[in-house]
Design a protein around this ligand. Structure first.
Ligand code: PLP
Length: 475
């Protein structure tokens, strides 16, 4: 029987070996060395098509703006564009990369809390779909820049309407305690102040993002209803007829498809990592709530010609990426009296890999779980327990629970007798990993390869050389 983490035509086991979109993971590790990120273009396309199917569930156009922050490698951006995705950027740098790889301005929206004048100017000059303003101050700044360069700006306002979800606190973004957006009252005041025929500010939409890895559909319906209620008030009180509503990102990825480690989590953590929502179902439910609200308010006409935007990051790229890492060191240790709370084994076996939190930052910041398998023994039942750690000179660079928080398992399960030199694969590593890498401990950033539609393997990021460690140092 296939292990539960396998995905037909993508993550497969043949002769006990891991294959990623037809490529043998062991060959990739041999050819490109480790740590190595491997991405699958067919999987990116599959994920975007899945999101696009959600258009069937609503009576309006759906614009899928992939959140570049999740992974903005140029070849990944190109794969997203070729799969028919539009783009959400968060900085002048991401905007630059988007335009350079061929996204058309009307495919791009620009988020962020601290945009500079230069970034705003670049966005207006490019003529993007919308700059998503974070405060009244920022709308005024956009207006000043637009006047100075004598070109109007399309602007959408980000709201914080106090919608709570069951995700981690740090991933909640629609609460007043979060740093994002403006209150609905402030947005209404802005729509009063800048009229529909304003020369330089075209206020065309409203936006919110309820957070990342949301395990339930209900907050999306609540968020969409909130957006519509705001659209209605704005129309009735100011005459502005909005052309789009932006529901943000946050569709979850199931990081626990294989449950061999699942008993080691608290039930809360398990539900969080195993979250699974079908975007089409989420939007069907949300649309029906909005439709009812519109009908009751006799305002269905406001839904005509509206465009719904979503900004998925994780659900596009997380499961399309695998991190291959080698075991570099192994040791055995009797259990310490202090610090070992619930072990059933006599000695801890430690495996030290070449992938640390410098390339998988969420492992440290959010104690994120990435399922681990042996590349050469992928079909074997993982019966042995290991303490697994990365290479960094930092006691927190480990793949297990260290603070008694029960956010990660105490041990990682792999086949018996894993040895230095063995290659392991961390699954679902594509989002918020390579986008956040850094060269801590003088560790160059890893290479990345992309497996193309036809099975060809392309290097899409060169491994750093020693010289890259000092590229911008002045000495
Ligand atoms: C405004 C906004 N949109 C979209 C996203 C993407 O979220 P996810 O990767 O969970 O889909 C984020 C993530 O932080 C965000 O802040």
């Amino acid at each position: 029987m296939n292990p539960a983490w396998t995905i037909e035509n993508f993550l497969e086991v043949k002769n006990n070996q891991l294959y990623i979109s037809g490529a043998a993971a062991a060959d990739l590790a041999n050819r490109f060395d480790t740590p190595l990120f491997v991405f699958s273009e067919p999987r990116i396309r599959h994920n975007i098509e899945r999101l696009k199917r959600a258009e069937n569930a609503i009576d309006c156009r759906l614009k899928i703006c992939y959140a570049a922050k999740a992974n903005s490698n140029m070849a990944i951006l190109r794969a997203v564009r070729e799969a028919g995705g539009d783009l959400e950027v968060n900085s002048g740098g991401e905007l630059f990369k988007a335009l350079r790889i061929g996204f058309r301005p009307e495919q791009i929206i620009f988020n962020g809390t601290s945009k500079t004048e230069r970034e705003i100017e670049e966005a207006i000059i490019a003529g993007i779909y919308a700059i998503q303003a974070d405060s009244i101050y920022e709308i005024e700044l956009i207006e000043r820049v637009a006047q100075r360069i004598n070109k109007p700006a399309n602007v959408s306002l980000r709201l914080v309407p106090e919608i709570e979800t069951d995700t981690l606190h740090g991933l909640q973004t629609a609460l007043l305690t979060s740093k994002f957006g403006m209150m609905p009252d402030e947005a209404l005041a802005a729509f009063r102040r800048w009229k529909p025929d304003d020369e330089f500010l075209h206020l065309c939409g409203i936006h919110l993002h309820i957070g990342s890895q949301n395990p339930n559909a209900a907050p999306y319906a609540e968020a969409f209803k909130t957006l519509f209620e705001n659209l209605l008030i704005i129309f009735r009180e100011t005459g502005h007829r909005l052309s789009h509503l932006n529901l943000g990102g946050g569709f979850p990825v199931n990081y626990l498809r294989d449950e061999s480690n699942a008993d080691d989590f608290s039930s809360e953590q398990r539900d969080f990592f195993a979250a699974e929502l079908e975007p089409e179902e989420v939007l069907r439910e949300a649309w029906s709530v909005v439709k009812k609200t519109a009908k009751l308010a006799e305002a269905e006409h406001l839904l005509e010609n509206i465009e719904l935007l979503v900004e998925p990051g994780r659900s596009v790229i997380a499961d399309a990426g695998v991190c291959l890492t080698s075991v570099k060191n192994k040791k055995q240790r009797p259990l310490s009296e202090i610090g070992n709370r619930k072990s059933e084994i006599a000695n801890d076996i430690w495996l030290l890999t070449d992938a640390g939190f410098n390339i998988l930052l969420s492992m440290e910041t959010y104690k994120w779980y990435y399922h681990l398998i042996s590349v050469a023994r992928a079909g074997e039942i993982p019966t042995a327990k290991y303490k697994l750690a990365g290479p960094l000179c930092d006691g927190g660079d480990v793949y297990f629970d260290i603070e008694g928080e029960n956010r990660l398992p105490d041990y990682r399960r792999l086949p018996e007798n894993v040895q230095p030199g063995d290659v392991l694969a961390l699954l679902n590593c594509g989002a918020y990993s390579v986008a956040q890498m850094f060269q801590y401990n003088g560790r160059g950033l890893p290479a990345i390869v992309l497996i193309r539609e036809g099975g060809g393997v392309e290097l899409i990021r060169k491994r750093d050389e020693y010289a890259d460690l000092m590229t911008n140092d002045v000495f």
